[in-house]
Design a binder for this molecule. Structure first.
Ligand code: AMP
Length: 504
């Protein structure tokens, strides 16, 4: 047995001197440099006693070294467990106890707070800083620069990624070597990646989007990445003339559009802009094309499944949709109560099956069983529909569905109406407790810059387009919507904030 994922992504190949990572302010790394660095790290993992199947937890700033640790884990058969840099020590404590990593690596500044937690969980704790220093790199000084990859099959675990867990405990999604490789291959082919590509990488690498979608596709196809520590309009605008493709969350694109310097000339060297992780407003899609001539390619995926669907590279990229199921991925929409497949056009639960779908939740066999059907389909928790042309539309998470007076209200439908009203930039619709209706529809509206639409007027306008039970009972203007680092609107936070509005 070989280690197919490692060989496909990271093995030395012809063109080893080709650039792999452009690192602002630091020396670039070629494919060969990166292979040497990750081989040293893989050797060091072995020297520290890590065995195939052991977990390595990592909560550090984005760096070439952090990415090399991921490659080292793939080579050594160690399960990579990246953690959001925003997690507090208390949250990290839970992940360490749940995943029982043999080794945890954190930023030196977090070490004092994490030390007792790592000790309690029986994990060795080492450090890595954003400049590539720390106790782990120090231990790897002088380690062998060649490492024979540990044989791994398609079903062996490659990574453990915890879901954001807005309801209940966060769950560890077990992703296999086969999951990651099949998805990277499907995306590389769909999006036409080659060794001539330079990806502008401004996403975090603790999440599936920045780590698997972005890095795996580029590693697989032999191109390079401009590896920015985070998204900021200035550095992104500087990098664009040297890049051919960019992957981002919708906020990247709205923030670029807010820059007058971002125009057709700034995007002239690019061949592809991809968006995902949260819904891209149709308005953003249209404004982006008007400004740059590029149609953003929107795709849909999740931690548990990698990517499920994508708008076409050639062919119509339809705003407000997430395109067609990827080759090899089966996608169906079913009645959430009965599990019966629904005809095109009807809204229901999106379920998927394919080589991209994860192996289950870490140490949660009951939870895993609940989310899979006997025929292998995974219940995504996303509501959506497939239109007559086969494009998939996402309506939102089932847990965000509002049930008002016994009627289902899909927040997205109301948000689309609100977004279309004059003076409205964007909106979020949530359900909050109501004494008569159980839940009431609440609209949170962000006005266009410099505008102050009257909530009553907006409410009247919306009422003209929406059935009575869908109309927001109240509209509140907000300066901005709360979002996490992946650009997702934090509806749970909004529900909490306004929970007492009608009952309090
Ligand atoms: P995560 O597991 O953090 O990647 O979150 C996955 C969830 O993000 C999905 O289940 C969807 O609810 C949402 N999502 C991802 N991509 C899109 C998209 N293009 N449009 C709408 N929602 C999306």
């Amino acid at each position: 047995m070989t280690n197919t994922l490692h060989d496909a992504l990271f093995a030395a190949r012809a063109g080893a001197d080709a650039p792999f990572l452009y690192l602002p302010g630091r020396d670039d790394l070629s494919r060969a440099d990166f292979a040497r660095l990750s081989a040293r790290y893989a050797t060091t993992l072995g020297a520290l006693g890590l065995k195939p199947g052991d977990r390595l937890a990592l909560q550090v700033e984005k760096s070439a070294e952090a990415l090399a640790l991921y490659a080292a884990c793939i080579a050594a058969g160690v399960v990579f467990l990246p953690l959001n840099t925003a997690y507090t020590p208390a949250e990290i404590g839970y992940f360490l106890t749940d995943a029982e990593p043999a080794l945890a690596i954190c930023d030196p500044a977090a070490e004092p707070a994490l030390r007792p937690l790592a000790d309690a969980a029986g994990a060795r704790l080492m450090t890595l800083d954003s400049a590539g220093g720390g106790s782990f790199p120090a231990a790897a000084e002088g380690a062998a620069e060649r490492f024979a990859p540990v044989p791994r099959g398609a079903d062996d675990l490659a990574a453990l990624l915890y879901t954001s867990g807005t309801t209940g405990r966060s769950k560890g999604a077990m992703l296999t070597h086969g999951n990651l490789l099949s998805n990277a291959r499907a995306l590389a082919a769909e999006w036409r990646f080659t060794d001539a590509d330079v990806l502008l990488h401004a996403l975090p690498i603790f999440h599936a989007h920045g780590l698997f979608v972005a890095c795996n596709v580029v590693a697989l196809t032999g191109g390079a990445m401009i590896f920015l520590p985070k998204f900021a309009p200035g550095p992104v605008l500087q990098a664009l003339p040297h890049a051919t493709a960019m992957m981002g969350v919708p906020t990247f694109y709205t923030r670029l559009l807010a820059e007058p310097r971002f125009d057709r000339a700034a995007a002239a060297h690019m061949r592809l802009f991809v968006s995902g992780s949260a819904p891209l407003l149709a308005e953003t899609h249209v404004a982006f094309e008007a400004r740059t001539g590029h149609r953003i390619l929107e795709r849909y995926g999740m931690t548990e499944t990698g990517m499920n669907s994508s708008n076409p590279y050639e062919g119509e990229r339809r705003a407000g949709t997430v395109g067609f199921p990827l080759p090899g991925v089966e996608l169906r929409v079913v009645n959430p109560d009965t599990g019966t497949p629904l005809p095109d056009g009807e809204i229901g639960m999106i379920e998927v099956k394919g080589p991209n779908v994860f192996a289950g939740y870490w140490r949660m066999p009951e939870k895993t069983a609940e989310e899979f059907h006997a025929d292998g389909f995974f219940v995504t928790g996303d509501l959506g529909r497939v239109d007559g042309d086969g494009y998939v539309h996402i309506v939102g998470r089932q847990k965000d569905l509002v049930i008002s007076g016994g009627f289902n209200v899909y927040p997205k439908e109301v948000e689309l109406v609100l977004d279309g009203l004059p003076g409205v930039l964007e909106s979020a619709v949530v359900g909050v407790p109501h004494p008569d209706f159980g839940e009431a529809v609440l609209g949170l509206v962000v006005p266009e810059p410099g505008q102050a639409p009257a909530p009553e007027t907006l409410q009247q306008e919306a009422a003209r387009q929406l059935a009575n039970y869908k109309r927001p009972k109240r509209l509140i203007l907000l300066e901005e919507l709360p979002r996490n680092t992946m650009g997702k609107v934090q509806k749970a936070a909004l529900r909490e904030r306004f929970a007492g509005l009608f009952t309090g």
